[in-house]
Design a binder for this molecule. Structure first.
Ligand SMILES: NC(=O)c1ccc[n+]([C@@H]2O[C@H](COP(=O)([O-])OP(=O)(O)OC[C@H]3O[C@@H](n4cnc5c(N)ncnc54)[C@H](OP(=O)(O)O)[C@@H]3O)[C@@H](O)[C@H]2O)c1
Length: 346
Protein backbone atom coordinates (compact mmCIF):
# COMPACT_ATOMS: atom_id res chain seq x y z
CA UNK A 1 0.00 0.00 0.00
CA UNK A 2 1.43 3.44 -0.89
CA UNK A 3 1.16 5.74 2.04
CA UNK A 4 -0.35 9.23 1.90
CA UNK A 5 2.34 11.89 2.27
CA UNK A 6 1.18 14.39 4.88
CA UNK A 7 2.69 17.81 5.62
CA UNK A 8 1.86 19.74 8.80
CA UNK A 9 2.00 23.53 8.38
CA UNK A 10 2.18 24.92 11.93
CA UNK A 11 3.61 22.60 14.56
CA UNK A 12 1.86 24.08 17.60
CA UNK A 13 -0.87 22.79 19.93
CA UNK A 14 -2.92 21.12 17.20
CA UNK A 15 -0.14 20.50 14.68
CA UNK A 16 2.09 18.42 16.95
CA UNK A 17 -0.87 16.28 17.99
CA UNK A 18 -2.06 15.71 14.42
CA UNK A 19 1.52 14.77 13.46
CA UNK A 20 1.58 12.03 16.12
CA UNK A 21 -1.87 10.74 15.12
CA UNK A 22 -0.82 10.57 11.45
CA UNK A 23 2.48 8.91 12.39
CA UNK A 24 0.45 6.23 14.16
CA UNK A 25 -1.40 5.19 10.96
CA UNK A 26 -0.20 2.55 8.49
CA UNK A 27 -1.67 4.29 5.44
CA UNK A 28 -0.06 7.71 5.86
CA UNK A 29 3.27 9.27 6.85
CA UNK A 30 4.61 12.64 7.92
CA UNK A 31 6.87 14.11 5.24
CA UNK A 32 7.55 17.33 7.13
CA UNK A 33 6.41 19.86 9.71
CA UNK A 34 6.98 23.61 9.72
CA UNK A 35 8.05 26.10 12.36
CA UNK A 36 8.22 29.87 11.81
CA UNK A 37 11.66 29.92 13.41
CA UNK A 38 13.87 28.00 15.82
CA UNK A 39 12.24 27.39 19.22
CA UNK A 40 11.86 24.57 21.74
CA UNK A 41 9.07 23.10 19.57
CA UNK A 42 11.69 22.14 16.96
CA UNK A 43 13.22 19.70 19.45
CA UNK A 44 10.00 17.67 19.46
CA UNK A 45 10.11 17.37 15.66
CA UNK A 46 13.76 16.30 15.83
CA UNK A 47 13.02 13.76 18.57
CA UNK A 48 10.17 12.28 16.52
CA UNK A 49 12.26 12.20 13.35
CA UNK A 50 9.86 14.51 11.48
CA UNK A 51 11.66 16.47 8.72
CA UNK A 52 11.75 20.14 9.72
CA UNK A 53 10.88 22.95 7.30
CA UNK A 54 10.42 26.71 7.65
CA UNK A 55 6.90 28.17 7.37
CA UNK A 56 8.30 30.75 4.95
CA UNK A 57 10.55 30.59 1.88
CA UNK A 58 12.80 33.59 2.68
CA UNK A 59 16.45 32.39 2.84
CA UNK A 60 17.27 34.50 5.92
CA UNK A 61 14.41 32.90 7.89
CA UNK A 62 15.55 29.43 6.84
CA UNK A 63 19.16 30.26 7.81
CA UNK A 64 18.10 31.07 11.39
CA UNK A 65 17.37 27.38 12.02
CA UNK A 66 20.94 26.24 11.31
CA UNK A 67 22.29 29.12 13.41
CA UNK A 68 20.49 27.48 16.35
CA UNK A 69 21.65 23.98 15.43
CA UNK A 70 18.53 22.69 13.62
CA UNK A 71 18.58 20.97 10.24
CA UNK A 72 15.91 22.85 8.26
CA UNK A 73 15.30 21.27 4.85
CA UNK A 74 13.88 24.43 3.26
CA UNK A 75 10.81 26.63 3.08
CA UNK A 76 7.15 25.73 2.71
CA UNK A 77 7.34 25.37 -1.07
CA UNK A 78 9.96 22.62 -0.70
CA UNK A 79 7.66 20.79 1.68
CA UNK A 80 4.68 21.20 -0.66
CA UNK A 81 6.72 19.58 -3.45
CA UNK A 82 6.91 16.29 -1.52
CA UNK A 83 3.39 16.26 0.01
CA UNK A 84 0.05 14.86 -1.16
CA UNK A 85 -1.92 16.77 1.47
CA UNK A 86 -1.17 19.56 3.93
CA UNK A 87 -2.83 19.94 7.32
CA UNK A 88 -2.87 23.66 8.04
CA UNK A 89 -2.51 24.12 11.80
CA UNK A 90 -1.53 27.78 11.71
CA UNK A 91 -3.20 30.21 14.12
CA UNK A 92 -6.73 31.03 12.92
CA UNK A 93 -7.41 33.66 10.22
CA UNK A 94 -4.21 33.01 8.25
CA UNK A 95 -6.01 30.70 5.92
CA UNK A 96 -6.46 32.87 2.84
CA UNK A 97 -2.70 33.40 2.32
CA UNK A 98 -1.90 29.76 2.98
CA UNK A 99 -4.74 28.47 0.78
CA UNK A 100 -3.28 30.28 -2.24
CA UNK A 101 0.07 28.57 -1.60
CA UNK A 102 -1.50 25.11 -1.36
CA UNK A 103 -3.56 25.60 -4.48
CA UNK A 104 -0.61 26.78 -6.53
CA UNK A 105 1.40 23.76 -5.31
CA UNK A 106 -1.49 21.46 -6.29
CA UNK A 107 -1.76 19.70 -2.91
CA UNK A 108 -4.95 18.78 -1.07
CA UNK A 109 -5.52 20.70 2.15
CA UNK A 110 -7.18 20.62 5.55
CA UNK A 111 -7.79 23.75 7.63
CA UNK A 112 -8.84 23.96 11.28
CA UNK A 113 -11.80 25.50 13.09
CA UNK A 114 -10.12 28.89 13.56
CA UNK A 115 -10.88 29.52 9.89
CA UNK A 116 -14.32 30.37 8.57
CA UNK A 117 -16.38 27.84 6.60
CA UNK A 118 -16.31 30.22 3.62
CA UNK A 119 -12.55 29.72 3.20
CA UNK A 120 -13.01 26.23 1.82
CA UNK A 121 -16.80 26.11 1.35
CA UNK A 122 -16.61 22.66 2.95
CA UNK A 123 -16.51 21.74 6.62
CA UNK A 124 -15.91 18.26 7.98
CA UNK A 125 -16.56 16.08 10.97
CA UNK A 126 -16.31 12.30 10.79
CA UNK A 127 -19.80 11.39 11.99
CA UNK A 128 -21.67 14.05 10.01
CA UNK A 129 -20.34 14.21 6.45
CA UNK A 130 -17.35 11.97 5.75
CA UNK A 131 -18.90 10.52 2.61
CA UNK A 132 -19.81 13.92 1.12
CA UNK A 133 -16.15 14.96 1.34
CA UNK A 134 -14.61 11.94 -0.41
CA UNK A 135 -12.07 13.11 -2.98
CA UNK A 136 -12.67 16.86 -2.60
CA UNK A 137 -9.83 19.39 -2.90
CA UNK A 138 -9.88 20.46 0.73
CA UNK A 139 -11.98 20.88 3.87
CA UNK A 140 -12.09 22.76 7.14
CA UNK A 141 -12.10 20.36 10.09
CA UNK A 142 -14.55 22.09 12.42
CA UNK A 143 -13.60 23.49 15.83
CA UNK A 144 -13.34 21.55 19.07
CA UNK A 145 -16.76 22.87 20.14
CA UNK A 146 -18.48 22.01 16.86
CA UNK A 147 -16.85 18.58 16.88
CA UNK A 148 -18.16 17.99 20.40
CA UNK A 149 -21.69 19.10 19.55
CA UNK A 150 -21.72 16.98 16.39
CA UNK A 151 -20.65 13.83 18.24
CA UNK A 152 -23.77 13.79 20.42
CA UNK A 153 -26.29 15.67 18.25
CA UNK A 154 -25.76 13.93 14.88
CA UNK A 155 -26.79 10.44 16.12
CA UNK A 156 -29.76 12.01 17.90
CA UNK A 157 -30.77 13.86 14.73
CA UNK A 158 -30.37 10.72 12.62
CA UNK A 159 -32.68 8.82 14.93
CA UNK A 160 -35.31 11.56 15.29
CA UNK A 161 -35.25 13.20 11.85
CA UNK A 162 -35.38 16.72 13.32
CA UNK A 163 -33.82 18.54 16.24
CA UNK A 164 -33.95 22.05 17.72
CA UNK A 165 -31.07 22.87 20.03
CA UNK A 166 -30.10 25.69 22.40
CA UNK A 167 -26.76 25.43 24.15
CA UNK A 168 -24.53 27.47 26.40
CA UNK A 169 -20.83 27.00 25.81
CA UNK A 170 -18.71 27.56 28.90
CA UNK A 171 -15.35 28.00 27.29
CA UNK A 172 -11.82 27.70 28.64
CA UNK A 173 -10.06 31.05 28.58
CA UNK A 174 -6.76 29.76 27.14
CA UNK A 175 -4.90 26.55 26.42
CA UNK A 176 -2.53 25.41 29.23
CA UNK A 177 0.55 26.42 27.22
CA UNK A 178 -0.78 29.86 26.25
CA UNK A 179 0.28 32.85 28.37
CA UNK A 180 -1.26 35.56 26.19
CA UNK A 181 -5.01 35.11 26.71
CA UNK A 182 -7.58 35.57 29.46
CA UNK A 183 -9.67 36.30 31.42
CA UNK A 184 -7.89 35.20 34.60
CA UNK A 185 -10.37 36.66 37.08
CA UNK A 186 -13.64 37.30 35.27
CA UNK A 187 -16.43 35.63 33.34
CA UNK A 188 -16.59 37.06 29.85
CA UNK A 189 -19.82 36.69 27.89
CA UNK A 190 -19.75 36.78 24.10
CA UNK A 191 -22.06 39.74 23.60
CA UNK A 192 -22.87 39.01 19.99
CA UNK A 193 -25.89 36.79 20.53
CA UNK A 194 -26.65 34.16 19.50
CA UNK A 195 -22.94 33.24 19.38
CA UNK A 196 -21.42 31.70 16.25
CA UNK A 197 -20.37 28.52 18.07
CA UNK A 198 -23.56 26.45 17.98
CA UNK A 199 -24.68 27.43 14.48
CA UNK A 200 -21.31 26.22 13.17
CA UNK A 201 -22.76 22.68 13.52
CA UNK A 202 -24.96 23.55 10.54
CA UNK A 203 -21.83 23.69 8.33
CA UNK A 204 -21.62 19.90 8.71
CA UNK A 205 -25.27 19.02 9.42
CA UNK A 206 -27.49 21.83 8.08
CA UNK A 207 -30.67 20.03 9.15
CA UNK A 208 -29.98 20.57 12.88
CA UNK A 209 -31.52 23.86 14.06
CA UNK A 210 -29.14 25.20 16.69
CA UNK A 211 -28.28 28.41 18.52
CA UNK A 212 -25.90 29.17 21.35
CA UNK A 213 -24.65 31.56 23.98
CA UNK A 214 -20.99 31.50 24.98
CA UNK A 215 -18.95 32.67 27.96
CA UNK A 216 -15.22 32.38 28.63
CA UNK A 217 -14.23 31.41 32.17
CA UNK A 218 -10.84 31.30 33.94
CA UNK A 219 -9.93 27.66 33.33
CA UNK A 220 -7.53 26.12 30.80
CA UNK A 221 -8.40 22.45 30.75
CA UNK A 222 -11.77 21.93 29.07
CA UNK A 223 -14.91 23.49 27.62
CA UNK A 224 -18.28 22.52 29.06
CA UNK A 225 -21.54 22.55 27.11
CA UNK A 226 -24.97 22.86 28.76
CA UNK A 227 -27.40 21.66 26.09
CA UNK A 228 -31.18 21.69 25.67
CA UNK A 229 -32.48 19.77 22.66
CA UNK A 230 -36.12 19.63 21.60
CA UNK A 231 -37.04 16.30 20.02
CA UNK A 232 -39.99 15.97 17.65
CA UNK A 233 -43.37 14.64 18.79
CA UNK A 234 -43.51 10.86 18.80
CA UNK A 235 -39.72 10.42 19.03
CA UNK A 236 -40.15 7.25 21.08
CA UNK A 237 -36.94 7.77 23.05
CA UNK A 238 -36.25 7.58 26.78
CA UNK A 239 -33.30 8.90 28.77
CA UNK A 240 -31.89 5.36 28.92
CA UNK A 241 -32.30 4.88 25.17
CA UNK A 242 -30.40 8.10 24.50
CA UNK A 243 -27.61 7.03 26.86
CA UNK A 244 -27.43 3.66 25.08
CA UNK A 245 -27.23 5.47 21.72
CA UNK A 246 -24.27 7.57 22.89
CA UNK A 247 -22.56 4.54 24.43
CA UNK A 248 -22.60 3.03 20.93
CA UNK A 249 -21.30 6.24 19.34
CA UNK A 250 -17.56 6.37 18.58
CA UNK A 251 -15.51 8.91 20.52
CA UNK A 252 -18.16 9.54 23.18
CA UNK A 253 -17.62 8.47 26.81
CA UNK A 254 -20.72 8.21 28.99
CA UNK A 255 -19.95 7.94 32.68
CA UNK A 256 -21.81 8.33 35.93
CA UNK A 257 -20.25 11.30 37.70
CA UNK A 258 -21.51 10.53 41.19
CA UNK A 259 -20.61 6.82 41.17
CA UNK A 260 -17.15 7.40 39.69
CA UNK A 261 -16.42 10.61 41.59
CA UNK A 262 -15.96 12.50 38.33
CA UNK A 263 -18.10 15.52 39.01
CA UNK A 264 -15.99 18.29 37.46
CA UNK A 265 -13.74 18.83 34.44
CA UNK A 266 -10.72 18.48 36.77
CA UNK A 267 -11.52 14.81 37.42
CA UNK A 268 -12.33 14.22 33.74
CA UNK A 269 -8.86 15.45 32.85
CA UNK A 270 -7.28 13.37 35.61
CA UNK A 271 -9.01 10.30 34.15
CA UNK A 272 -7.66 11.31 30.72
CA UNK A 273 -4.13 11.39 32.12
CA UNK A 274 -4.73 7.89 33.53
CA UNK A 275 -5.79 6.64 30.08
CA UNK A 276 -2.24 7.37 28.96
CA UNK A 277 -2.39 9.28 25.69
CA UNK A 278 0.41 11.78 25.24
CA UNK A 279 -0.16 15.24 26.73
CA UNK A 280 -3.01 13.76 28.83
CA UNK A 281 -5.33 14.12 25.83
CA UNK A 282 -8.96 13.03 25.71
CA UNK A 283 -10.14 12.53 22.12
CA UNK A 284 -13.60 11.51 23.33
CA UNK A 285 -16.46 13.81 24.38
CA UNK A 286 -17.35 13.21 28.02
CA UNK A 287 -21.07 13.02 28.87
CA UNK A 288 -22.17 12.81 32.52
CA UNK A 289 -24.74 9.99 32.59
CA UNK A 290 -26.41 11.39 35.70
CA UNK A 291 -26.68 14.82 34.06
CA UNK A 292 -28.85 13.58 31.19
CA UNK A 293 -32.61 13.90 31.46
CA UNK A 294 -35.40 13.69 28.91
CA UNK A 295 -38.50 15.54 30.14
CA UNK A 296 -41.30 15.11 27.62
CA UNK A 297 -39.79 16.14 24.30
CA UNK A 298 -37.01 18.20 25.89
CA UNK A 299 -33.58 16.72 26.51
CA UNK A 300 -31.14 18.28 28.99
CA UNK A 301 -27.47 17.31 29.23
CA UNK A 302 -23.92 18.43 29.92
CA UNK A 303 -20.77 17.43 28.07
CA UNK A 304 -17.10 18.25 28.47
CA UNK A 305 -14.69 18.84 25.59
CA UNK A 306 -10.91 18.54 25.70
CA UNK A 307 -10.33 21.44 23.35
CA UNK A 308 -6.75 20.56 22.44
CA UNK A 309 -7.47 17.03 21.28
CA UNK A 310 -11.03 16.08 20.26
CA UNK A 311 -10.34 17.26 16.69
CA UNK A 312 -7.11 15.25 16.36
CA UNK A 313 -8.50 11.91 15.16
CA UNK A 314 -11.00 13.82 12.97
CA UNK A 315 -8.04 15.23 11.03
CA UNK A 316 -6.84 11.70 10.28
CA UNK A 317 -10.28 10.69 8.97
CA UNK A 318 -10.48 13.93 6.96
CA UNK A 319 -7.13 13.13 5.29
CA UNK A 320 -8.60 9.80 4.13
CA UNK A 321 -11.73 11.60 2.92
CA UNK A 322 -9.98 14.25 0.81
CA UNK A 323 -7.58 11.64 -0.57
CA UNK A 324 -10.63 9.73 -1.77
CA UNK A 325 -9.97 6.56 0.22
CA UNK A 326 -13.24 4.71 -0.19
CA UNK A 327 -13.98 3.85 3.44
CA UNK A 328 -17.16 4.59 5.37
CA UNK A 329 -16.79 6.89 8.36
CA UNK A 330 -17.15 4.20 11.03
CA UNK A 331 -14.41 2.09 9.40
CA UNK A 332 -12.09 5.08 9.19
CA UNK A 333 -12.79 6.10 12.79
CA UNK A 334 -12.17 2.56 14.06
CA UNK A 335 -8.91 2.32 12.07
CA UNK A 336 -7.71 5.74 13.26
CA UNK A 337 -8.49 5.08 16.91
CA UNK A 338 -7.04 1.55 16.98
CA UNK A 339 -3.78 2.81 15.47
CA UNK A 340 -3.54 5.67 17.99
CA UNK A 341 -4.18 3.24 20.87
CA UNK A 342 -1.47 0.88 19.59
CA UNK A 343 0.94 3.82 19.12
CA UNK A 344 0.65 4.71 22.80
CA UNK A 345 0.48 1.06 23.96
CA UNK A 346 -2.96 1.58 25.51
N1 LIG B 1 -5.94 24.99 20.66
C1 LIG B 1 -7.19 24.59 20.58
O1 LIG B 1 -7.82 24.39 21.60
C2 LIG B 1 -7.82 24.38 19.24
C3 LIG B 1 -8.84 23.44 19.14
C4 LIG B 1 -9.42 23.17 17.89
C5 LIG B 1 -9.00 23.90 16.78
N2 LIG B 1 -8.03 24.84 16.93
C6 LIG B 1 -7.62 25.57 15.73
O2 LIG B 1 -6.41 24.99 15.25
C7 LIG B 1 -5.62 26.00 14.62
C8 LIG B 1 -4.25 26.02 15.30
O3 LIG B 1 -4.42 26.40 16.65
P1 LIG B 1 -3.33 26.06 17.75
O4 LIG B 1 -4.04 26.15 19.05
O5 LIG B 1 -2.59 24.82 17.41
O6 LIG B 1 -2.37 27.32 17.61
P2 LIG B 1 -0.90 27.45 18.16
O7 LIG B 1 -0.65 26.56 19.30
O8 LIG B 1 -0.68 28.91 18.33
O9 LIG B 1 0.00 26.93 16.97
C9 LIG B 1 0.01 27.57 15.74
C10 LIG B 1 1.28 27.23 15.01
O10 LIG B 1 1.25 27.88 13.74
C11 LIG B 1 2.54 28.38 13.45
N3 LIG B 1 2.38 29.52 12.54
C12 LIG B 1 2.42 30.84 12.81
N4 LIG B 1 2.20 31.54 11.69
C13 LIG B 1 2.01 30.64 10.68
C14 LIG B 1 1.73 30.74 9.29
N5 LIG B 1 1.62 31.92 8.67
N6 LIG B 1 1.59 29.60 8.57
C15 LIG B 1 1.71 28.40 9.17
N7 LIG B 1 1.98 28.25 10.48
C16 LIG B 1 2.12 29.36 11.23
C17 LIG B 1 3.18 28.68 14.77
O11 LIG B 1 4.53 28.38 14.58
P3 LIG B 1 5.73 28.75 15.59
O12 LIG B 1 5.41 28.07 16.88
O13 LIG B 1 6.90 28.18 14.93
O14 LIG B 1 5.76 30.24 15.68
C18 LIG B 1 2.53 27.70 15.72
O15 LIG B 1 3.32 26.55 15.93
C19 LIG B 1 -6.44 27.29 14.72
O16 LIG B 1 -7.26 27.40 13.58
C20 LIG B 1 -7.31 27.03 15.93
O17 LIG B 1 -8.48 27.82 15.96
C21 LIG B 1 -7.41 25.06 18.12
Amino acid sequence: MTSIKVAINGFGTIGKRVADAVDAQDDMEIVGVTKTGPSFGCDLAVKKGFPLYCTFDEPDRIARFSEQGYNCLGGLSYLMAVADVVVDCSPGKMGADNLAKYQSAGVKYLFQGGEKHELTGRSYTSSANHKENLGVEGVRVVSCNTTGLSRTLVPLYEYCGSLKVECTMIRRAADPGDSSKGPINAIKPVLKVPSHHGPDVMTVKPEIEINSLAVAVPTTIMHLHAIIADLPEGHGLTTDAILAMWEETPRVIVMNGSDNRITTTAEVMEMARDIGRKWGDLHEIFVWEDGVSLVGNRLYYFQAIHQESDVIPENVDAIRAVMGIDMDWRTSVAKTDAAISAYYNL
